[in-house]
Design a binder for this molecule. Structure first.
Ligand SMILES: NC(=O)c1ccc[n+]([C@@H]2O[C@H](COP(=O)([O-])OP(=O)(O)OC[C@H]3O[C@@H](n4cnc5c(N)ncnc54)[C@H](O)[C@@H]3O)[C@@H](O)[C@H]2O)c1
Ligand SMILES: O=C(O)CC[C@@H](O)C(=O)O
Length: 524
């Protein structure tokens, strides 16, 4: 049974994909209410109120997925989640239109004094001269951050015949042309805009993007808007620039601390504000809740989850192509881990043939998860495998090669330890499934599954028979057996599969049969 917590008043209707699951129980409530069995929760759905901190994650040891019903994930400690192997997903486009419309409404309200005029009329006043505003028509709107919301806002501004200048370091010339906007430098946007609005995520780079220095570059009488995240415009600097008359007014939907309490900006008449309402429409809330509920359900159904923040994005089509190799990668990681029983310093994976054109970084992560599974206590998966490798000081290599050794596709992994290295090569053959075709330089061909025994021995008459005898005497049935050698009379290998694991006592007997170099049980 999966235990799912939907916090932060996520729209109930959107939870339907989860409520319909027979093997899930959905709790509603806050993580700090004391009423939720946090230690049992497998999936956590949040909006912006819940802060998914390292401490909260410590109290949720069963957590596997955090789903943010919205865009910004700055309320989630992604690093801490990733280290624990917790997948983080968001709903990136469900509230785009709502937020763009809200920003537009804020802009119009600000320039036409609507909140102030409304309050005055409600106070039975009729002061028409006091609320003279400005037209949007012909004004230059500077948009900082031309992603989903910035782009939708630009379209609306164009419809109002505004000039749109934008700054986004990742905006291509072609996209700017398609949107009919002028792509400029940040400085140029600051200097030329009558109204500036920010639509970037809150990151180390964007925190205080508009600050004491950059605000000086703006036009006197500029209007500023922040419907993205508190702190992108430095709040203290903004208050000062409004008070000294440089900034004509500001519209804020977001604050560094929410709710902002008795905030200096709220005492200023030229500031209009809403309580983080950008995404607060029925449509957006249904969209984002449905998107994340579907993502969580998909995850529990063991299917690829789109919109993951800490895994490569993958469509269903791409996943279907990668799926067979994914299983092979996990098995290969596990095989090399069990065959080289010592600390490793380096793991290098080489892809060739058809697999090389797929999302190989995902396969490398899968291989690492297979490698670490039997080595460390922490639950390890594609999300945290690279972190774990880094923490252990293991160097990860990943490359594509033109040499697939005659196979349509091939994956090869070499692990280097303090004393020796070990290599395995695998391939996926249509209708046959995954095959291991080389172990430690020996050509072989076996299906990587179940209880295996990997024996390195001298290529001498009688070795195979003696191994068979020991197993037969101990009533162990050999399911399959493959042999490989490099040269006659040199070293050779056997890979045997069984219906049950081989006990320690039998391993000792096998090691004593003569001409055995090494024995390794492999459990896949
Ligand atoms: N007020 C609300 O309720 C509400 C609702 C939704 C989103 N948001 C906020 O709006 C932000 C934008 O949302 P979106 O869906 O458009 O995201 P997005 O990822 O589509 O767009 C963000 C854009 O910012 C650009 N960017 C990043 N760093 C930049 C920098 N230093 N300078 C200029 N541009 C930079 C990126 O290239 C990207 O194009 C979100 O991160 C979220 O914090 C707020
Ligand atoms: O949950 C909300 O209402 C806010 C969402 C918004 O800030 C976002 O980043 O998507």
């Amino acid at each position: 049974m999966y235990h799912i917590l939907a916090a932060d008043s996520i729209k109930e209707e959107g939870l339907l994909p989860l409520l319909e699951m027979e093997n899930a129980v959905v709790y509603r409530g806050q993580t700090d209410s004391g009423e939720i069995p946090l230690e049992r929760i497998d999936a956590l759905l949040v909006r912006s109120a819940t802060k998914v901190t390292n401490e909260l994650l410590d109290r949720m040891p069963s957590l596997k997925i955090v789903a943010r019903a919205g865009v910004g994930v700055d309320n989630i400690d992604i690093e801490a989640a990733t280290k624990r192997g917790i997948i983080v997903v968001n709903a990136p486009d469900g509230n785009t239109i709502s937020t763009a419309e809200h920003t537009f409404a804020m802009m119009a309200s600000l320039l036409r004094n609507i909140p102030h005029a409304y309050a005055s009329v409600k106070n039975y006043e009729w002061k028409r001269n006091q609320f003279i505003g400005s037209e949007l028509y012909g004004k230059t709107l500077g948009i900082v951050g031309m992603g989903r919301i910035g782009s939708e806002l630009a379209k609306r501004a164009k419809a109002f015949e505004m000039n749109v200048r934008v700054f986004d370091p990742f905006l291509t010339k072609e996209r700017a042309e398609n949107l009919g906007v002028i792509s400029s430098s940040f400085e140029d946007v600051l200097k030329s805009s009558d109204i500036i609005t920010v639509h970037t995520p809150l990151t180390k780079e964007t925190k205080g993007l508009l600050n004491w220095e950059t605000l000086k570059l703006t036009k006197k009488g500029v209007y500023l808007l922040n419907c993205a995240r508190g702190g992108i415009i430095d709040e203290e600097a903004l208050a000062e620039f409004i008070e000294n008359g440089h900034v004509a007014g500001a519209a804020l939907d977001v604050f560094v601390t929410e709710p902002p309490g008795d905030h200096p900006l709220l005492r200023l008449d030229k500031v209009i504000a809403t309580p983080h309402l950008g995404a607060s429409t029925r449509e957006a809330q249904l969209n984002v809740a449905t998107q994340v509920a579907k993502a969580v359900r998909t995850y529990f159904e063991d299917k690829p989850v789109s919109n993951s923040i800490n895994l490569p994005a993958m469509s269903r089509d791409i996943y279907e192509k990668i799926r067979p190799f994914h299983q092979l990668a996990v098995q290969m990681g596990s095989i090399v881990s069990q065959c080289l029983k010592e600390g490793v310093n380096e793991i290098s994976v080489t892809y060739s043939g058809t697999v090389a054109s797929l999302e190989i970084s995902y396969l490398t992560k899968a291989l690492l998860s297979g490698f670490f599974k039997n080595r460390i206590d922490t639950s390890v998966n594609e999300v945290n495998a690279v972190h774990i490798a880094k923490d252990l000081g293991i160097v990860i290599g990943e490359k594509v090669s033109g040499n697939s050794s005659g196979y349509a596709n091939s994956m090869s992994v070499t692990v280097k330890g303090d004393n020796r290295a070990f290599t395995a090569r695998g391939t996926y053959i249509e209708h046959y499934g995954p095959r291991i075709v080389n172990l430690d330089g020996f050509n072989i061909d076996f299906h990587p599954e179940g209880n295996l025994l990997y024996i390195q021995h001298m290529d001498r008459p009688g070795v195979i028979g003696r191994v068979g005898n020991v197993l037969g005497e101990n009533k162990i049935n050999i399911a399959t057996m493959q042999v490989g050698r490099k040269e006659v009379g040199g070293e050779a290998i056997m890979v045997l599969t069984f219906d049950r694991p081989i006990e320690d006592a039998i391993m000792s007997k096998l090691s004593e049969t003569g001409d055995i170099v090494s024995l390794n049980r492999i459990l896949l």
